[in-house]
Design a protein around this ligand. Structure first.
Ligand code: MN
Length: 246
């Protein structure tokens, strides 16, 4: 990865920390732009603290390629399994953001409540590690667990993890950060609206219409805003469009 690409991954970490999507825990990766069977992810460190020198490269099975004494995240396997299963995915977030947790443990489905959150789709699956792996510490710390999670994600952009958090997939770092931030907002708003009464969610057709008309400019405008809030330079570069969108 060139220096600009490394800095962009650092920026993604800082934005997610600033916006409350990750805290001391949670991580974001990007598929290697030149070697599609590798991904780039920080060493085990809180996203707010991450510097370019922390970024490591991994094979899709989670093997660190140049560890140089750096300790990787125990749950890095999540990222490789999703890149392996989804050639269209170029960036992945795993987090424990507080708003999504209730929807992973109650059987109440998380559904899109407003247009900015349409990228979550109309069906958000909940993956339960206990179904295939029994009582564990809930960490996705093996390839088989990560592949099971990736299978539950399927072609979607979001899967919840019961008693743990969620995974978010995107076609670029900008898109995955966008999706993770608006997923958390959707969860918070859905809980608030449900307390008032019956909720009218976006229809399948509305979700399709939002995604068909969303352009990379939407992601760019949000990225510049979040860079400013996180105190990071805004790196203007031509980027890939969103998954399944315009
Ligand atoms: Mn986790």
């Amino acid at each position: 990865m060139d220096a600009a690409a490394l800095e962009q991954l650092v920026t993604a970490n800082r934005i997610l920390a600033r916006e409350g999507i990750v805290d001391a825990f949670g991580h974001v990766s990007v598929r290697h732009p030149a070697y599609t069977d590798r991904y780039c992810l920080s060493r085990a460190r809180a996203p707010e603290c991450i510097e370019a020198a922390d970024i490591m490269q991994f094979a899709l099975d989670g093997t660190p390629l140049e560890p140089a004494g750096r300790k990787p995240y125990a749950e890095r396997f999540i990222h490789g399994a999703i890149y392996e299963a989804r050639p269209d995915v170029r960036a992945v977030v795993h987090n424990h953001s507080p708003g999504v947790i209730p929807f992973g443990v109650t059987g109440v489905p998380l559904r899109p409540i407003m247009h900015m959150c349409a990228s979550m789709g109309t069906e958000v699956p909940v993956w339960d590690s206990r179904t295939s792996f029994g009582d564990t510490n809930l960490l996705v710390a093996t390839v088989p667990m990560a592949r099971d999670l990736a299978a539950a994600l399927g072609p979607r952009s979001v899967a919840l993890m019961r008693g743990h958090g969620c995974v978010v997939a995107g076609g670029s770092l900008r898109e995955v950060v966008f999706n993770a931030i608006y997923l958390e907002l959707n969860a918070t708003l859905q809980q608030r609206a449900s307390a008032l009464g019956e909720v009218t969610f976006l229809s399948d057709g509305e979700v399709r219409a939002v995604l068909a008309t969303r352009t990379s400019f939407t992601l760019e405008r949000a990225w510049e805003y979040w860079c400013r809030r996180a105190g990071r330079p805004y790196d203007v570069r031509p980027m890939e469009g969103p998954l399944g969108g315009g």
